[in-house]
Design a protein around this ligand. Sequence first.
Ligand code: 5GP
Ligand code: MN
Length: 339
Amino acid sequence: MLSIDQIFPLLSQPRNVVITTHQKPDGDAMGSSLGLYHFLKQFGHTVTVISPTNWASFLNWMPDSKLVLDYEAQTDKANAAIDNADWIFCLDFNTLIRTKRMEEKLTNSNAVRILIDHHQEPQVDKFTYGDSNTSKSSTCEMVYDFIVNSGNEDKINEQVAECLYAGVMTDTGSFRFPSTSANVHRMVAVLKDKGLQHSKVHEELFDNFLENKFKFIGNVLLHRMEIFYEYNTALIAVPQSDLIKYNIKTGDTEGLVNYPLSIQGIRLAAIIIDRGDERKCSFRSKGEFDVNLFARKYFNGGGHINAAGGQSSEPLDAVVAKFKTAMIENKNQLSNYQF
Ligand code: 5GP
Ligand code: MN
């Protein structure tokens, strides 16, 4: 994988560009994709953003989100864009399997693949150019660096600023995680200078939920959460019947795993959700407990040191049992915390 700096001189020549991201895109995935889209369009490129799956409705306020293709729902249109592409930007993921049913199409494409991502252990042989940096707070921060380092800060308009802010804000837990560097704050200052209305973005993302979501959260905290004080660990296991009962949609469960981390002493929080076709896991930790390693070892996943995910094809009960065994195996790292 060559340095992404090498494409800077090529930016001014219009091309067919596809931008894609991981399945079930979150704020950083959608924000970085649409932020880059609004930047690249200014050079006269023909740009198509493709999401491998649908996404949470609280992302629909992002400028031009209506133009994003859902690969599962608009496969033919998306395949045509990939067939025509000169460049394919891959944002906020680093292994092609994270694009689910798009993996094969991406693998077989003749386009030049370009990676911008902050997860561990990238598949470097799959990308011609790239920027992979695990110390970065978010892919949105890296797209910002890409724009500024290529000498195009003047092309950060209000749309670019809104999209990039949404991703950096959500991926840093509203600027509280350790990844929130001085550069992140400097970036936000520049975005403000470019016309960013940050309160609007917060309201769009956080004050837009339906009543059913809150009832679902209440039910989960009351009935589906187990605390293991001896291990400084909390587990939430959600059966599919809850998702049906409360009419839970894509994105409604996002952030739920963070709730138990606010309980005194808890260093590891996990949520396992029975989505029907698979059991999806999310892990969050505080301090040194590495959930990226944990997710890789036990749940066929990955991510970052303090935020990771995975999945399993086994039934919910079996995944819960596996988690408890894994927790016990990690007793030393989980119990020996100095508070
Ligand atoms: P979340 O728990 O919010 O779905 O994901 C937390 C972090 O772990 C994100 O950075 C996400 O990209 C990563 N992640 C989530 N699920 C998986 C997975 O199944 N495989 C890998 N490699 N990473 C994941
Ligand atoms: Mn991210």
